[in-house]
Design a protein around this ligand. Sequence first.
Ligand code: NAP
Length: 307
Amino acid sequence: MTEIIDGKEFAREIREEVRREVELLKEQTGSVPGLAVVMVGENPASEVYVRMKEKACQNAGIASFQHRLSIETGEEELLDLIGNLNQDPGVSGILIQLPLPDRIDEGKILCAVSPAKDVDGFHPANVGRLMLGEETFLPCTPLGILELLHRSGHPPRGKHVVVVGRSNIVGKPIAMMLVQKKEEANATVTICHTGTPDLAALTRQADILIVSAGRPGTITAGMVKEGVVVIDVGVNEVGRNPEGKRILVGDVDFPGVREKAGAITPVPGGVGPMTIAMLLKNTLRAYKLQIGLTPSVSTKNFPEEKF
Ligand code: NAP
């Protein structure tokens, strides 16, 4: 029987862990972590994500500050706001909801966020630290994937992990996290992209296959080996049901691949819920660092064994 990795349940577990820790810290310090979310313009998809993040914060006892700016907002105004949030002691983490309007330089804005409040892990200083294997804020989706692998009993250590996709928010960081000489990682990693001549020849070698391509049907049953663990990051809208609700599928042909896989994440209900849970975890970590408490060790659920 193929194991369906229930990201919703693991995410619920993590949100509850965060909620309990926030409650405890509130009793000890009289304060709570705070997350500022900045959104420019009216993108319906971003609006949905922002509302989900707001609700998740509320449920975890984390203060949430929403900054919904008009599409007309200029770069200077946005930089001023970020400067104020960087200084605000009530704001532990800052999240810039992407995409920003085209005329705003995304790189410049992400660089303006203090690395100490960069709970999305997108600041170049934090990206560099990840590369060097130093403690840092890890981006939420890759961090969620790593947690999912460990919590579901599929640690990547010693495994051949094939990553399909090299985006800055998923493909590259998850590959970099998995290749580190650390007990929770230490995998052999292959990264594939559209320049890879024979994708199937590589995906068939995967013990763990992570797919973040943004195209439905990128991986079919013939492209995987028996018993593979499949993490499907893709979220693709393929139509609407009679009630008008979006029909979402991943990048993996789920019905075909599940017949061969040892374990597989569904879409929806796999990686997606983990991303928000990790945002809460990173916000709590930022808060603890800022008030001088030892941050909870990110490997606490990982095997004790050392090198
Ligand atoms: P992206 O920026 O859309 O880039 C896609 C990557 O996949 C590129 O590196 C591309 O190669 C590669 N690719 C596309 N088709 C391929 C193919 N047929 N063979 C090999 N490589 C292929 O990626 P992303 O931002 O990582 O997003 C990917 C998907 O994940 C989207 O559906 C997105 O909505 C979803 N996502 C979900 C979450 C979540 O929380 N669940 C979070 C982030 C993203 P090139 O570089 O050569 O173009």
